[in-house]
Every structure is written in structure tokens, then in C-alpha cells.
Write a protein that binds this ligand. Structure first.
Ligand code: HEM
Length: 519
């Protein structure tokens, strides 16, 4: 194609240009393309905007005019990492339902939460945004169960995988968790003895990644032992950020496809080599005949059996275990430590509960810690203050539409209950910005008695809620109790505002600097 020539000039030029699109377009023909498209775009954009604001089926839902007309305001906040704060601000102004973007509504009521994520009393449940899993097939030959649109298919996976997350499986897995928790305190004891300040955010990630890696693949990643991140973790982190961009691209429709074509080849190559490494690890685990109680032991007999799951499906599901089960749990632990160190009276209460119950760290096991009310209250309040998935999970209204809080929402609308915003609204929680574990105690102070506990679903709700919820509580209780048992902790001044983080699907990763003193 000649430099400066227009694609619209002839059909053959169009097809030629499309074949070599990324190079031709970016280096030589960007201006002519824009020249050709400009009049149409210039006309289409305001027409679409006016349609969205005044004639769209969601036109009567409240929200700022710019959000009602265009995806751009939401995207700006997503790119800046402030979408969670923006959703809180909008709900404070407009109430429990807000039109965040032309085709998106966000809700903060418990009734809406049940309708959006729940089983809807026999009506068709709402599927997740399945397009996010569209690259799974290319990487693993199957889509991970979390993205499956069909509820029947999701349920087939879920029933089989759930055997590895049952109470009895958890009890069998406890020694693996205890082993890593012990390794963590040993490592930290060494650093405390040398007077080093440690980044507990990183150490919690080492721990949770080791635990989930070991339970998924039956072999260690040795992050805690080596005191450093495994390259696998950086891939997961960058993959999560990519998912946020994918989500944005999907909402852009045809423009999204255009943008997707510009993704550098290096990113695809990295994703494919990561997928290969996942497959190799799963294959090694399947070839190993062991009764060690990891996830695979629980569902081994269903793999490649009629009505079971195929090994391709297992590759994709294993990838999800790693992504869903490591960073989320590390966030919870880091948040709990941060808020305890900022609130010495609450820390003292927890120290009293734990230190009066045990005389040695080795005695801190799940049985006794699962009966500690203040420890549970601290964990729940940490999940409220800083939910690991701050922006909520999207669902799409299925055929026939849905009645939510007495209003009809048409088919195809994207919905969510944004966790951070819902948990920080004064309409839902008294003193929402204050860390008050007592609100979760049975003997709840009168001031907090009317808190809207039903909207507090940090692990989501319904058939697709978090399968690893009990595992996450177990890991958090054991690790936190062992830390409190073993060390006194002091927050370093450079981490004083650690909770002020941006959100890119998950929270921005920032070091949590703490000085530990062994007791
Ligand atoms: C504090 C820690 C955690 C939090 C806050 C959390 C939260 C969530 C949320 C909000 C969902 C979305 C459910 C939905 O789509 O409605 C989810 C799904 C999921 N989580 Fe977790 N999670 C945590 C820990 C874990 C752990 C330890 C695992 C262990 C492997 C895990 C595995 C999964 C899986 C596999 C799904 C998909 C479930 C499905 O589609 O049926 N999560 N989690």
C-alpha cells in the first residue's frame, strides 16, 4: 500500500491492508484511516451518546449524564485505578442503583445482591462475563469453569471440584498449611533476630502462593523457603492486569476487537508458555500416584471419566486456582495486620485472646483457632475494610430480563454489586471508615446492631460463590494467630497510608513494612 493511500479506495487494498494490519496501519496509514473514518465517527459518537442518554432501555436509571452516555468516564477511572472510589461517590449521590456506563448498573442493596448472584428461585441465574475466559481455549484446550456460561456445565465442574474443598478435605490439608505457616515464622524469626524490617505483603504472597501451588500441583514453589517471588507469580499479577484491560476492551465491542489486534506478540507468547508450564505441572501431578491430600487427590477418580472433567479442563481450572486462591488470601492477611497495627487497642484484644489460649506456637492449629470469636471478627472486618475483590464481579442479565429492587432490567445489561463501595456506604454500615471488629461479634455494640450484614458477601453469593472460602478462612486464622503468638509487630512510618491503594481488578501491590520482635 502506498504511503498516504486510503483503504477505502478499492476492495483489494482493504483486504491487503487487513492481512498485514498491525505493521501497515501503525507505521504508515494511521492518518488516512482516520481521515476516512472521521466523518462517520464524528457523527456516530454524538448520536450514540444521545441515544444512550435519552432512548436507551436503561435511560430512566440514575447516574451522571456522561456515564449514561458513554463508557469513557468509567474507563478513565479503571485506568487511573480509582473506579472503586468513584462507585462509592456515585452511590452516595444517586442511591442504591447507579448507571455506571451505558449498559452497566451497579447496586448496593442486599436484595439486589441476592437477585444478581443468587439462584433466583428457579428463574434463570445470571451468567458471568464469559468473554473473559475466551483465551482459555487457545491456551488449555478448554475454558475454566469460572467463565462457563452454562450453569449446568459450571455445576458439573463445581460438584467434582468441591470434593477437594469439603470440611474433611480441609482437615486433611491442614498439615500442609501448618507446614508453610511454620516455615514462614521460622524465616521471619531469622530476620527479626537480625533487626531487619520485612515487607509482610510480599511474605504473605510467598505463603499463599506456596500453599495453593502445593495443593494444586502437589509440588512446592519454595517461595517462603527462598524468601522470594517465583516467576510464576509475576505472570499471574500481569495476567490479572491484562484481564482488567480485556474487560474494558470487551465493553467496547467492535472498537475492542480493533484494540485487541494491537496486543504485542510477546504477551501472547508469554501466555502460551505459561499455559505449557501449567499443563506440564498438572501432567506430572496426574502421573504421580500419591494419597497426599492435595486438590487432585480429591477428584482424581473423576478425571477423563464419563461425566467427569477432562485433563484439558483440569489445566484451565488449575490456572484459576492459582489466580483466585493466592493473591486474594495474601491481601486479607496484609490488611488484617495493617489495621491491627493502626489500632493498638484492637491488637491488644486479639493478642489477649490468642496468647492466653496457647503456650507454644506449635499448638496453634485450626481446631482451637476456629473457636476464637475476636479472631474471626478481625478477619471479617478486614474483609469489609479492604475486600480482596474491591470492584465486584460482573453478571449479565439473561433472556427475559430481571426484576431488581422492583424495577425491570433488560436482557444483556451488565450488573454488579461493588464490594468496596457497598461495604463503605453509611446506608449499609455505621462508621464505615472505622475498623470495628466488634460489629461482627455476637455481643455486637448497639451502635452497630443495624449494620447491613446481608450485603457483606466478600466471597460472593450463590452457585458461583468462592469455592475456596473455608480454605481462605483457615489459612488466615492459622497464619495470623501464629504471627501474633510469635512476634510483637510495629508498622514502619513509610507504610502508614498503606491502605490508600489503587485498584486494577485487584488492589495495587505495595510493600507493607513491619518490624518484628520475637517474643
Ligand atoms: C480472602 C480470600 C478470597 C476471597 C475474598 C475470594 C473471593 C472470591 C470471589 C468474590 C469469587 C467470585 C465468585 C463469583 O463469580 O460470584 C471467587 C471465586 C472463586 N474462588 Fe475465591 N476468594 C478467596 C480465596 C480463594 C481461595 C483460597 C481459593 C482456592 C483455590 C479460591 C478459589 C476460587 C475459585 C476456584 C472461584 C471460582 C468459583 C466458581 O466459579 O464456582 N478463592 N472468590
Amino acid at each position: 500500500m502506498e504511503r498516504g493511500a486510503c483503504w477505502c479506495a478499492s476492495d483489494s487494498r482493504i483486504s491487503q491492508a487487513r492481512v498485514t494490519y498491525p505493521h501497515v496501519c501503525l507505521k504508515h496509514t494511521a492518518n488516512p484511516v482516520l481521515v476516512c473514518l472521521c466523518p462517520q465517527v464524528a457523527l456516530a459518537v454524538p448520536v450514540q451518546f444521545l441515544y444512550n442518554v435519552y432512548l436507551h432501555p436503561l435511560a430512566h436509571f440514575p447516574g451522571p449524564m456522561l456515564n449514561r452516555g458513554s463508557n469513557i468516564p468509567k474507563m478513565i477511572h479503571q485506568i487511573r485505578g480509582t473506579v472503586h472510589e468513584e462507585m462509592l461517590r456515585l452511590h452516595q449521590i444517586y442511591g442504591p442503583v447507579v448507571r455506571l456506563a451505558p449498559n452497566e448498573l451497579t447496586y448496593t442493596s442486599a436484595t439486589a445482591l441476592k437477585e444478581i448472584y443468587g439462584n433466583r428461585g428457579g428463574k434463570k441465574s445470571m451468567p458471568p462475563q464469559t468473554a473473559l475466559g475466551k483465551h482459555d481455549k487457545m491456551m488449555f484446550g478448554a475454558t475454566a469453569f469460572i467463565w462457563l456460561e452454562s450453569h449446568a456445565e459450571h455445576l458439573r465442574h463445581r460438584k467434582i471440584l468441591a470434593t477437594s474443598f469439603s470440611e474433611s478435605s480441609l482437615r486433611a490439608q491442614e498439615p500442609i498449611i501448618l507446614g508453610y505457616a511454620q516455615q514462614l515464622t521460622n524465616q521471619l524469626r531469622g530476620r527479626a533476630a537480625r533487626g531487619e524490617v520485612v515487607d509482610l505483603w510480599a511474605w504473605f504472597n510467598y505463603l499463599t502462593f506456596d500453599v495453593i501451588g502445593d495443593l494444586t500441583f502437589g509440588e512446592p514453589f519454595d517461595c517462603v523457603k527462598d524468601g522470594q517471588f517465583h516467576p510464576w507469580i509475576s505472570f499471574i499479577f500481569s495476567n490479572l492486569t491484562n484481564m482488567m484491560y480485556s474487560q474494558m476492551i470487551i465493553t467496547m465491542g467492535i472498537f475492542g476487537t480493533f484494540i485487541e489486534m494491537l496486543v504485542p506478540k510477546k504477551i501472547w507468547a508469554e501466555a502460551i508458555s505459561h499455559a505449557q508450564a501449567t499443563r506440564d505441572k498438572v501432567d506430572r501431578r496426574l502421573a504421580r500416584k500419591t494419597e497426599r491430600p492435595d486438590f487432585v487427590t480429591g477428584f482424581m477418580k473423576h478425571i477423563n471419566q464419563p461425566g467427569g472433567i477432562t485433563s484439558n479442563e483440569l489445566y484451565a481450572d488449575s490456572n484459576i486456582f492459582l489466580m483466585a486462591g493466592s493473591e486474594t488470601s495474601a491481601t486479607l492477611l496484609a490488611v488484617a495486620v495493617y489495621y491491627l497495627l493502626r489500632n493498638p487497642q484492637k491488637l491488644a484484644k486479639l493478642q489477649e485472646e490468642i496468647r492466653s489460649a496457647f503456650s507454644r506456637e506449635e499448638d496453634v492449629t485450626f481446631g482451637p483457632v476456629s473457636k476464637m470469636p475476636y479472631l474471626l471478627a478481625v478477619i471479617n472486618e478486614s474483609l469489609r475494610m479492604h475486600p480482596p475483590l474491591p470492584a465486584g464481579i460482573n453478571r449479565t442479565v439473561s433472556s427475559g430480563g430481571a426484576f431488581i429492587d422492583d424495577q425491570l432490567v433488560p436482557e444483556g445489561t451488565i450488573l454488579q454489586v461493588p464490594h468496596w463501595a457497598a461495604f463503605h456506604l453509611e446506608a449499609n454500615f455505621q462508621d464505615p471508615l472505622v475498623f470495628v471488629p466488634e460489629r461482627w461479634l455476637e455481643a455486637c455494640p448497639a451502635r452497630y446492631i443495624n449494620d447491613n450484614r446481608d450485603v457483606f458477601q466478600p466471597f460472593s453469593y450463590g452457585q458461583r460463590n468462592c469455592i475456596g472460602r473455608s480454605l481462605a478462612y483457615m489459612e488466615a486464622k492459622i497464619t495470623l494467630a501464629r504471627l501474633i503468638m510469635t512476634f510483637d509487630m510495629e508498622l514502619m512510618p513509610e507504610s502508614a497510608g498503606w491502605n490508600q491503594q489503587r485498584v486494577f481488578l485487584l488492589w495495587e501491590k505495595r510493600p507493607l513494612y513491619v518490624r518484628l520482635t520475637a517474643r
